[in-house]
Ligand binder design. Structure first.
Ligand SMILES: [Zn+2]
Ligand SMILES: [Zn+2]
Length: 404
């Protein structure tokens, strides 16, 4: 069967009320994640990546005790018979040669994540908080993760501040050495897509993941993977990442990378986001070299190939513009759409122009259809600012060429 899987969701707050991810919404509790993901987003399997935090472990233990959560025979946690949770942790590593990067370690069950958590206590100052720096190298983190029975996936691989390609190396094989061949998949991040990743030779053998990195409930599922597996469990997921016995990622659903926060180079002095052919390393407007390099600019810089060379196993990458990005769609319109069509996915991909028009008016309906067809004009993001859809107010900038 095909399952909708979002493997990178943060927890904002533990059941005790304790903050886990400071920058994440307080609504982001286990209960709310499961409800939002299952009922409003149509997500079947969710990777919750703050599970090594002791207050979250306490929550999982309480839920297992009360019966609201059960451990699956195939690994993973089943929550209220609605959704499978894969427990994981996002950890920041530091390379001896310099540069920091984020990695996602996923585990099969509570015992594994508890063991991982107790080892990480020795390396992290405050494990109660999310995405903490551990001082270990990526290779060392990989060894600890594997030793606990888990699997490590490099996170948002190209982002400028904390990622393998964005901040550390040109080749992940250099970063992981012998461990590289045991890494089945990488996470693209919001500012990249499969077409861009397929310009790097060492990624040809890897499965690509598109996850939301949600720090608030509405963002769950803004990127996801459609995965063919027999059931939603850790073992099945791992087989799919390794493309074993027919299991595989059948499609990636991701933002148009221009909407990501780091797609193009951003000037720290004048806030200009690059518009010209990548790679841009100097601000086009003020000539400053104090820049945050864009994901597109970085990929062009380190690419092996000028054109993408997708391997035979590469599934389609389908673009979606989450409703939050469609001009004129606020909270009221969003609720009306979800109530009418059942989920955001149904609005984005299935509702007809006519049905949409009856629900929210023709103008907004047309924008949703343009977004679906990939013809909504977009302005690239950069330096931590999301890209956005251009509106009539932006006239004069309307006909930006699509770069990359
Ligand atoms: Zn991260
Ligand atoms: Zn500038």
């Amino acid at each position: 069967m095909l399952l909708v899987c979002d493997l990178h969701v943060h927890i904002g707050r533990a059941g005790s009320g304790q903050a886990v991810k400071i920058t994440a919404s307080r609504d982001l509790t286990f209960e709310n994640i499961a409800r939002e993901a299952a009922e409003r987003k149509g997500v079947d399997l969710v990777g919750v990546i703050d599970c090594a935090a002791p207050p979250v472990i306490a929550d999982i233990e309480a839920m297992l005790e009360s019966g609201s959560m059960t451990e699956l025979a195939g690994g993973g946690l089943r929550y209220r018979d609605r959704i499978t949770v894969i427990p994981g942790a996002e950890i920041e590593t530091r390379e001896p040669a310099g540069g920091m990067s984020h990695h996602l370690s996923y585990f099969r069950d509570l015992a594994q994540i508890k063991r991982f958590s107790s080892i990480m206590q020795q390396h992290v100052t405050n494990l109660n908080l999310s995405s903490q720096a551990c001082g270990l190298s990526a290779r060392e983190l990989h060894a600890i993760t594997s030793d606990c029975g888990g699997v490590l996936i490099p996170a948002h691989c190209f982002t400028p501040h904390k990622s393998p390609y964005g901040a550390c190396v040109e080749r992940m094989a250099d970063m992981f050495a012998d461990a590289w061949e045991h890494i089945p998949a990488i996470e693209l991040g919001l500012s990249a897509d499969a077409e861009l990743a397929d310009r790097i030779a060492e990624l040809a053998a890897r499965t690509l993941l598109s996850n939301s990195d949600a720090h608030s409930l509405p963002r769950i599922g803004r990127e996801y993977n459609l995965i063919h597996m027999e059931e939603g469990s850790f073992d099945e997921l791992l087989m799919a990442l390794r493309r074993e016995q027919g299991r595989h990622v059948a499609a990636n659903f991701g933002l148009d990378p221009r909407l990501g926060k780091y797609h193009r180079t951003h000037c720290e002095d004048c806030s200009h986001i690059a518009l010209s052919e990548p790679p841009v390393d100097t601000c086009e407007r003020c000539n400053s070299t104090r820049i945050t390099r864009g994901v597109l600019d970085r990929i062009v810089q380190i690419a092996d190939w000028e054109k993408p060379r997708p391997p035979a196993h590469r599934p389609p990458y389908q673009y979606q513009v989450p409703l939050q990005f469609v001009p004129g769609v606020g909270a009221v319109t969003l609720n009306r759409l979800i109530n009418r069509f059942g989920s955001e996915m149904a609005v984005l991909h299935q509702a007809t122009r006519e049905e949409l028009g009856q629900t929210v008016g023709q103008k907004t309906a047309d924008l949703i259809i343009q977004a679906r067809e990939g013809i909504l004009p977009l302005r690239s993001g950069g330096g931590g600012r999301y890209g956005r859809a251009l509106t009539e107010k932006d006239t004069g900038q309307m006909k930006l060429p699509r770069v990359g």
